[in-house]
Ligand binder design. Structure first.
Ligand code: EPZ
Length: 413
């Protein structure tokens, strides 16, 4: 039996009201869980989101009790599985893993990880679709590593591996996503020596296993979930408070929405959107270009396209991180959006256009969320066929949106 979401669209009306609490960040939790391998004692964790990807990572870690091998069936479905390879290689001196899976966002190579492990003194053998890395004398050695591209998971993986390597590791052209300094600060409190996390140069002085001694890692709020709800509130909300979030992690989105004339108030840990003060057609269509943090996140690119389709004017959305992240565009066009795909990295959007109901199938997690937004502003009842991709990253999304007044239900079919 499969499931689907059924959403009764608001036909452009702005009726959602109330407060929605943001959960812990998926992409922070998925890196903190592997960090637990670096500890001698138990690493207590708080504010973990209750989502599919977190459960898969927990299963992957549980599987390590049989040896330093990542379970193929899980790792092949979870991109973040690769983060676990760093701490396991550092701790056990070897690790075996398959090519990682995850959302299909065009090509997602792993060369940076492979080169990084080699730089830290590991040797690789590739056999039967599996990578097997082994550190000389079972111990990684610190090195200076320059990333030719900025990669979030490669930065995290090598930072974690270096915590147990011998000597100093310097990561240059590192990613600066807020999840990285949050994790580094926690690890430092437990005995690691990491400086510069949150900047392009991270220096790690390796040492022995870490000790949590009861100290808890608290997962920071999910800035992508918060951003998606802020966009939803601008499009379909009367007055919606997005609480338990970290507005300082959402500077790029809030700046774009400010320029688009969205009315909102920023508090220390909340953003209240006064969508009802304006018709969607009064919003200005602002061109957006995705960028590594602190730039505009690629994970908000699809929800932003829905916003742009409802704003007035013409503008482009330029995707600079991934190829193949516009696979949702055809569906939005079928719903009535005026979008032209210029090339694999750029779409042109003209708005505002009324959207109408459709049967949809989210191609990936963030596009799935964009479909929820599109179905909410559309006229008529839409269905989204594979809620599993959305459940991978958003906890009980239908219950939380229902509480704001959206008619959304999960149906067995
Ligand atoms: C992380 O993916 C996130 N995933 C993604 O979240 C997010 O879209 C992405 O960062 C960008 O912000 C997790 O944190 C688990 P990258 P990641 O390595 O680390 C190229 C979501 O929906 N590259 O920073 O896999 C790569 O092809 C998602 O939650 C190489 O060339 O992304 C891409 O063009 C999906 N070689 C660029 O770097 C490599 O070895 C950035 O990707 C690695 C990456």
């Amino acid at each position: 039996m499969s499931e689907r979401f059924v959403i009764e669209g608001l036909a452009g009306k702005k009726t959602l009201q109330g407060e929605v609490e943001i959960k812990g960040a998926k992409n922070a939790a998925l890196k903190a869980l592997p960090a637990s391998v670096l500890f001698e004692d138990e690493m207590p964790m708080g504010n973990l989101p209750d989502i599919e990807d977190v459960r898969r990572m927990q299963e992957l870690i549980a599987g390590l009790k049989d040896g330093p091998v990542l379970r193929k069936d899980i790792a092949e479905r979870l991109r973040a599985s690769i983060v676990l390879t760093g701490p396991v290689l550092a701790r056990d001196g070897e690790v075996t893993f398959p090519y990682p899976g995850g959302c299909v966002l065009g090509e997602r190579p792993i060369d940076l990880f492979l080169q990084g492990f080699k730089a830290l003194g590991a040797e690789v053998e590739e056999k039967d679709d599996l990578f097997h890395f082994r550190a000389k004398n079972k111990k990684l050695k610190g090195a200076r590593i320059f990333f030719p591209f900025i990669s979030v998971t490669a930065t995290e993986t090598l930072m974690l591996a270096a915590v147990l390597a011998e000597g100093e590791t310097v990561l240059q052209n590192a990613a600066m996503e807020p999840e990285i300094p949050v994790l580094a600060e926690y690890l430092n409190a437990c005995g690691a020596n990491i400086t510069g996390a949150g900047t392009p140069t991270i220096t790690i002085t390796g040492g022995g296993l870490l000790h949590a001694a009861g100290r808890k890692y608290v997962t920071p709020p999910d800035r992508i979930e918060a951003g998606s709800f802020i966009i939803l509130a601008a499009l379909a909300g009367k007055e919606v408070k997005i609480s338990h979030c970290e507005p300082k992690h959402m500077g790029a989105l809030l700046a774009v929405l400010r320029r688009a004339d969205v009315d909102f108030e920023i508090g220390k840990d909340y953003v209240t959107v006064f969508g009802g003060n304006k018709e969607n057609s009064a919003y200005k269509l602002i061109s957006v270009r995705t960028h590594e943090y602190p730039g505009f996140p690629t994970d908000l690119q699809a929800p932003m396209a829905v916003f742009m389709s409802q704003a007035t004017g013409e503008g482009t959305l330029l995707e600079t991180i991934f190829d193949g992240r516009f696979r949702y565009a055809d569906d939005l066009i079928r719903m009535g959006a005026d979008i032209t795909v210029m090339n694999p990295h750029k779409i042109l959007v003209r708005g505002p256009k009324n959207l109408s109901r459709k049967e949809l199938e989210g191609p990936d997690l963030r596009a799935g969320l964009a479909y929820i937004l599109a179905a909410t502003v559309a006229e008529g009842t839409s269905t989204i066929n594979n809620p599993y991709v959305i459940d991978r990253g958003y906890e009980r999304i239908e219950e939380r949106l229902f509480a704001l007044g959206l008619s959304i239900r999960r149906e067995q079919v």
